[in-house]
Structures are given as structure tokens and as C-alpha cells.
Design a protein around this ligand. Structure first.
Ligand SMILES: *Cc1c(COP(=O)(O)O)cnc(C)c1O
Length: 391
């Protein structure tokens, strides 16, 4: 069975050109980029090229890019650094809808005596900017807010948030893992200090990430040891993966237009068709500015996991809005923060597209979803009761 992969916010296919670019750096060109000899030097120059390519996608300088092992490491490194840079500041601001890579760390820090403010969102997932303005003070070390939400695709006004943050002398970090490659980003015209990205969300392999660190921003490394990455991240470079990330960023720049026209049109068609065909459905984040590839739809009176299983039997890969990974059937913290009613949050499904998605795949999903939802609602006593009297 050929999969229909609509779970690109969880991870993406490695682009074949990206794979070809990294392939020689395992068995042939395996030198250590820090070595003095020509053999290491060959790798070093490709790592340098990769740094330039990543910087170009972000509108940054190559020296502002630090390679890390993943988006999670970049998020952790940014927040830890800020707290070490400003030991006298004991306040951290983030939002209630962050990825666990930020949220778990912030919540752990409350145990170490830090004050953590989690800014709320409205029903459409939009950040409460007034709450942010009121929360930033001279005790704030760092404000960390995601550029775009992985579950809903809602885009935050991070530039405005950075300006508010800087007025109180705190550092601003953004988890831009979902935004990079999907919407244009220009750090040269930004006041954001630090930015996280991850390879496997943009068609590079898993296990490679980067942290953008604005020139002149004070920084304390998370990983210490050797002098790699100008002593900002010790550990022998994952050269092959770095080279892959560079290529993936170059391609992401080239495909940005496709993402915002072709991919967006498919997403819109999927969203509109499902909303028209299925009663008692609502778009999570409808009314907010969204990433071009993501739609999260809540279907009332059904379990997301049941939808996923039936879709999976047809080869369709999507994701639900429940934190089933944690073993609970709690709706996700993102949907709860948005105040999505319990009956809706349970039946939320996220479809996330990519440049590999085809119109034929979207047709299949549009065809298969309505009978799946109808069948599940028939099986649910609650759904049957509520929908009694409707056609
Ligand atoms: C995937 C993701 C991460 C984590 O990146 P990894 O490379 O998997 O550690 C962080 N933030 C967001 C928004 C993500 O979607």
C-alpha cells in the first residue's frame, strides 16, 4: 500500500537531492572537519558551504548559525543561555501553546525558583499581546514564543513580540521549527535574538538542527568541550547531516513559492471540501493567520484516534489533537489553551501537507473522510443522541 503522507508537521521525507548531497560524507569523505589535513579540509569546506546556505534562507550571516543535534536542543540551549547571561533576572515568558521542547523546560525551571509566565491565546489560537505587554518587566531574562504552531499552523506576530521584549532589555527567542521553509524569514530586518530550526521538518534527516544567534548577542554554551562552532556548541560536527541541512535550506528557498501557492491551494481545497461535506466540524485556528500547509479540523462527537485508525487502514497518515503519546486521552494542551470544547478537541485531526502532496491524494482524503466520520458518529452513543433528528 502506497502511503498518503499528510503528517509533515511531525516529520518529512528526506529530499532525494538532499540525500545525494550527504551520501559521500559517510564512507568516502569521512574526515573530521577540524583536522589539519586535506582530508578533513574537504569536509570543512562543505560544512562552511552548508552554513552559508542555512544563513541565506534566514537572511542571516553565516557566523550567526550554530549547528545543533535537533530543534529541541536549540530551544533548550537558547533558554538556558539567557538565564546564565542574566543571572539576576529570574523571570521567563513563554506561551501556553509552545512545543514541549520549550514548555517542559520552562515548567521545570519553576522548580528552580524561576517565575514563569505562560501567555494565553484566544479561541482562534492568537497570542494575547496585551498580556505579553503587561508581563514583560526588568526581571525578565527571556521571552520564548514560537513562530508558528505545529498543531494548528497559527502564526504568531513574533516581530511585534520581540520589539515589546527588547524594550525591557530581555532576550527574545523564537522556536521557528514549523515556520522555516514555509514562510519567508529575514533576520537582517528583525530584532529577534535567537531562533531554532530543525532539519527533519524541512526535508533533511532527523537529528540535525540549528540555532540562529544574532551577532553580538551574549551566549553561554549548553554543550561544552571542544572548540567546534566557535566554542558555542562542542562536539564533533555531524558533517553529513549538516551538509544535508544546507542543501535542504537551499531547496526550501527555491520551493517557498510553491509552498505558498500550490501547497496552500491544496490545503485550502481540503479544508473547504471537508467543512462543506461534514456537519459539526470547525477549523482550529480558523480566523487566525495560518501556515500554508496545515489544517486542524475538529469533528464533534468522534474520537480522533478512531479517525486516525480508519484513515491509517486506507494508507492515509494524519495526526490527532490528543496527547495520546502521554498515555492519556486528554485533549492537547494547545487545543485546551484555545478553549476548544471537549467534544471537539477529542475529534481533532491535523493534516499537514508538503511539496510532495498531490491533488489525487487530496481527492482521496476528501472522498474518504465523510463516510468515516458518519460511521463513527453512528457508533458513538453520545453522537447518535446529539445528532438525532438530523438527516
Ligand atoms: C518538531 C518540533 C520541535 C522539535 O524538533 P526536533 O528536531 O524533533 O527536536 C520543536 N518545536 C516545534 C514547533 C516542532 O514542530
Amino acid at each position: 500500500m502506497k502511503e498518503i503522507y499528510l503528517d509533515n508537521n511531525a516529520t518529512t521525507k528526506v529530499d532525494e537531492d538532499v540525500f545525494e548531497e550527504m551520501r559521500p560524507y559517510f564512507c568516502e569523505l569521512y574526515g573530521n572537519p577540524s583536522s589539519m589535513h586535506f582530508f578533513g579540509g574537504q569536509v570543512q569546506s562543505k560544512v562552511t558551504e552548508a552554513r552559508v546556505r542555512v544563513a541565506e534562507l534566514l537572511g542571516a550571516e553565516p557566523e550567526e548559525i550554530i549547528f545543533t543535534a535537533c530543534g529541541t536542543e536549540s530551544d533548550n540551549a537558547a533558554i538556558r543561555s539567557a538565564l546564565e547571561v542574566f543571572p539576576e533576572r529570574r523571570h521567563i515568558i513563554t506561551s501556553r501553546v509552545e512545543h514541549p521542547a520549550v514548555l517542559t523546560q520552562c515548567r521545570n525551571l519553576t522548580q528552580k525558583g524561576y517565575r514563569v509566565t505562560e501567555i494565553g491565546v484566544d479561541g482562534a489560537g492568537r497570542l494575547d499581546m496585551e498580556e505579553l505587554k503587561a508581563a514583560v518587566d526588568t526581571d525578565t531574562a527571556i521571552v520564548s514564543l514560537m513562530w508558528a504552531n505545529n498543531e494548528t499552523g497559527v502564526i504568531f506576530p513574533v516581530e511585534e513580540a520581540a520589539a515589546i521584549t527588547k524594550s525591557k532589555g530581555a532576550l527574545f527567542h523564537s522556536d521557528a521549527v514549523q515556520a522555516i521553509g514555509k514562510i519567508p524569514i529575514n533576520m537582517a530586518a528583525s530584532s529577534i535574538d535567537m531562533l531554532s530550526l530543525s532539519g527533519h521538518k524541512l526535508h533533511a534527516p532527523k537529528g540535525i538542527g540549528a540555532l540562529y544567534l544574532r551577532r553580538g548577542t551574549p551566549f553561554r554554551p549548553f554543550m561544552v568541550g571542544g572548540h567546534q562552532e566557535k566554542s558555542r556548541r562542542a562536539g564533533t560536527e555531524n558533517a553529513a547531516a549538516i551538509i544535508a541541512l544546507g542543501k535542504a535550506c537551499q531547496l526550501a528557498g527555491q520551493y517557498m513559492e510553491v509552498e505558498n501557492t500550490v501547497v496552500k491551494a491544496m490545503r485550502d481545497r481540503l479544508q473547504e471540501s471537508l467543512m462543506a461535506a461534514i456537519p459539526h466540524a470547525r477549523i482550529n485556528g480558523g480566523g487566525a493567520e495560518l501556515l500554508p500547509n496545515t489544517t486542524s479540523i475538529a469533528f464533534e462527537f468522534v474520537e480522533g484516534e478512531a479517525i486516525l485508525l480508519l484513515l491509517s487502514e486506507l494508507g492515509i497518515c494524519a495526526s490527532s489533537g490528543s496527547a495520546c503519546t502521554s498515555g492519556s486521552l486528554e485533549p492537547s494542551h494547545v487545543l485546551r489553551a484555545m478553549g476548544v470544547p471537549f467534544t471537539c478537541a477529542h475529534g481533532s485531526i491535523r493534516f499537514s501537507l508538503s511539496r510532495y502532496t498531490t491533488d489525487a491524494e487530496i481527492d482521496t482524503v476528501i472522498r474518504e473522510m465523510p463516510p468515516i466520520i458518519a460511521r463513527l458518529r453512528q457508533m458513538s452513543p453520545f453522537g447518535r443522541e446529539f445528532l438525532k433528528g438530523e438527516k
